[in-house]
Design a binder for this molecule. Sequence first.
Ligand code: IMP
Ligand code: MG
Length: 186
Amino acid sequence: MIKEASTYPLLFSREQIAEKVSELGAAITRDFRGEKVVLVGVLKGAAIFLADLARTIDVTCTFDFIAVSSYHSGAQSSGAVQLIKDVDQSVEDRNVILVEDILDSGVTLTFLHRQFQGHKPRTMRVAALLDKPARRRVAVEADYVGFPIENHFVVGYGMDYAEQFRNLPDIRILPEEVIARIEAET
Ligand code: IMP
Ligand code: MG
């Protein structure tokens, strides 16, 4: 599967991703110099991004993870977001950086903003590796954006289609015929 997936159209190579992630890490380091941050990754798509981003941030930093469900399996959001796993440690009075793989309709981020306000963080920022502004249904933006992209369904570097392709090292566009084939199989 990985061999076949390496033929899907390349959107960002691992080198381009690494360079961009370093820029985001440098911006976060600048903004939070002398402070502590807690990176809160949104499982599972942001796991790889968080792992790389964390290593480019040069301030005291801890990790936590949350999980939400909205995309049940495929490419269309059901629109309803549910919290499946909350943070393990209190984020009250902490500098929270929510780490997302991709900002699409904005429904998930809007839900998470609301969710986190209840936890009373000192500050809350959002880092999203990718952003599809054309798909936005709710007006919400990330503070740190890697790459704005067109309306493609992308996989790799943590991002999936029906839980597949997260382990691709580059970010690729998932061809329509592959989507159709996976749909037929499941
Ligand atoms: P939103 O609530 O529509 O903004 O959805 C955001 C979530 O949908 C992201 O965190 C991803 O998990 C998922 N998602 C949106 N677009 C893509 C894509 O192109 N590939 C993989 N996952 C995506
Ligand atoms: Mg996600």
